[in-house]
Design a protein around this ligand. Sequence first.
Ligand code: HEC
Length: 104
Amino acid sequence: MPASATGIENPLAGNTSVLGNAKVLYVGNCSPCHGKRGKGDGPAAAALKIKPADHTSAKVQSMSDGSLYWMIATGHTPMPSYKTALTTKQKWELVNYIRTMANK
Ligand code: HEC
């Protein structure tokens, strides 16, 4: 990941009104691999050689919003790129949604 990705600013920072929409996007696009609760245990995960990231983990939660956004836009085999499949706004909504998955 390029260093410049870390500092990309989240235009929806702290916006919780997008979480309902984000959940629908997450369940439709991300849950097959990352699991409904983000644990990395979706139905498609078992067949993957590289395991999907656990979005509840300290590792993922310690990434900056910009880094999460960059990863969603760019992808990383076997994870697809969502550069064009999701709008910029939808990707930021997903960043905010991932923040709600932190282990409490
Ligand atoms: C085909 C399965 C698959 C789908 C679908 C998928 N991912 Fe991933 N994702 C992965 C895998 C596998 C990794 C780990 C890549 C690696 O470690 O190199 C990953 C990593 C990530 C990471 C980075 C975590 C890190 O440690 O760098 C984020 C953030 C992420 N995914 C978010 C999403 C979001 C949001 C969606 C839905 C829009 C999504 N992913 C859809 C498989 C998937």
